[in-house]
Design a protein around this ligand. Structure first.
Ligand code: TYD
Ligand code: MG
Length: 419
């Protein structure tokens, strides 16, 4: 019944499913007006949202417990209210109302416009929201919410799916922008955010290195912006702060050149970033291991096979470890060349000079393939003072950025010779 109430609400945006009455219409009569983003003013969050929160959209934010989901959303909600998107409601199922206000005080947030609700039954939540009519809403977390229509325990896949489905319908019909918090869980009693990815408009995941204060938020899906966009934050005693020079997070400052380290220019989303790749190749005591942090282990296995077959460099009796510095996951194939050169450097115990950047995809035939936005990557490297670049020949610019010597290679063997 509460769903019916909210469906009759007057503030209905056009163009979403779930509005009555439905009819078949010519496409030419549908307004193609772009969905308006309402910026939160937290630039790194707005970046991953595609410009801000879209009315009637549902944003899922996933991440390990304790990584900062509640902190970020409390900050975002207060900022959204400040910028005029009122009222805003924070629904807490995990913490008490006083815990939420205590956090807001600790963060020094102005809470005059913040409305709170401690409730976990979705029908009850929707009934109360129908009266409240928020324009932005946080549900923290979806795993604590349950529907009376199902017998299963809160947190089960069925409960999480059905509760989320009701909240998605509510968002579409009311025009409220909804954030759903989802804990990434080890296999077990609770259903993780993955089971909701297809239902929501935007999926954001926190990534972080164990023990690091830096937090990376990645848009893995976004119906209103670029996928794979990254937002960068640091956790401080005053909550999550935006990082103004993100490239610096991902480069460790070495006193001198060290073996097994290369710097790549990655371009996840729309921004180039300098990222250090570290490799360690060591004699194996048993079954050789391939261990990666921030990089696909299957991709590493493939690269090692290519290195063996096309460059005669075997790692058969060796453990190979690869680490992407700073806790970001690099999913781009443009990392291939940097990973291979880091492995080679460790294998030979010979450093690649630290003023060198590398990018390029490697094919099974040992060929070095071009990657998108080569010039953009080179400009970023030059801006940070790098003096040498090893890149695919198909990416070679006619005139590279000033101060940067560009070596272009079309086969893995040429790259190996260069270093
Ligand atoms: P939290 O947002 O509660 O994580 P999640 O909702 O993802 O489980 O953040 C929890 C951690 O963040 C906690 O260990 C303490 C730390 N933290 C700070 O370092 N500074 C702060 O200002 C706040 C609010 C939390
Ligand atoms: Mg939390």
């Amino acid at each position: 019944p509460s769903v019916m109430v909210s469906r009759r609400s007057k503030r209905v945006p056009v163009g979403f499913a779930g509005q009555a009455p439905s009819e078949v219409v010519p496409a030419t009569e549908v307004s193609a007006e772009a969905h308006r983003h309402h910026p939160s003013g937290i630039a790194e969050l707005d970046r991953v949202l595609g410009g801000g929160l879209v009315a009637g959209s549902v944003v899922l934010i996933g991440g390990d417990p304790g990584i900062g989901k509640s902190t970020l959303l409390l900050q975002a909600l207060v900022r959204l209210a400040e910028s005029g998107l009122t009222p805003v409601v924070y629904v807490t199922g995990e913490e008490s109302l006083s815990q939420v206000t205590a956090r807001a005080h600790r963060l020094g947030l102005p809470i005059e416009a913040l409305r709170l609700l401690a409730e976990t039954q979705v029908e009850q939540i929707l009934t109360l929201l129908a009266a409240e009519r928020p324009r932005a809403l946080v549900i923290d977390s979806i795993q604590t919410v349950f529907t009376e229509q199902l017998q299963s325990a809160p947190g089960s896949v069925a409960q999480v799916r059905e509760s989320a489905a009701q909240l998605v319908r509510y968002a579409k019909s009311s025009g409220a922008g909804v954030f759903l918090v989802g804990h990434v869980t080890k296999e077990g009693a609770l259903a993780g955010p993955r089971v909701l990815e297809h239902m929501v408009d935007t999926v954001l995941y926190f990534e972080s290195e164990e023990g690091s204060r830096f937090r990376v938020i990645r848009a893995v899906k976004n119906r209103f912006g670029a996928a794979n966009e990254l937002g960068l934050f640091a956790m401080t005693e005053h909550g999550l702060r935006e990082v103004s020079n993100p490239s610096a997070i991902f480069l460790s400052r070495h006193e001198s050149d060290v073996a097994g380290s290369t710097v790549m220019v990655t371009r996840e989303g729309t921004r180039p970033l300098l990222v250090e790749v570290q490799a360690l190749v060591d004699d194996s005591l048993g079954n050789p291991r391939r261990v990666t942090v921030g990089f696909d282990p299957n991709r590493l296995a493939m690269l090692l096979a290519v290195l063996n077959r096309h460059a005669g460099l075997s790692t058969h009796g060796q453990d190979v470890f690869v680490n992407i510095v700073g806790g970001v996951r690099v999913s781009e194939t443009a990392a291939d060349l940097a990973v291979v050169l880091a492995v080679l450097s460790s294998l030979r115990a010979r450093p690649v000079s630290s003023d060198t950047v590398v990018f390029g995809e490697i094919g099974l035939g040992g060929e070095v393939r071009p990657v998108p936005n080569g010039e953009d990557r080179l400009r970023e490297a030059a801006k940070h003072g790098f003096r040498r670049a090893i890149i695919p020949s198909a990416n070679a610019p006619r005139l590279g950025p000033k101060g940067l010597r560009v070596h272009s290679v079309s086969a893995l063997s040429e790259a190996l010779e260069l270093v």
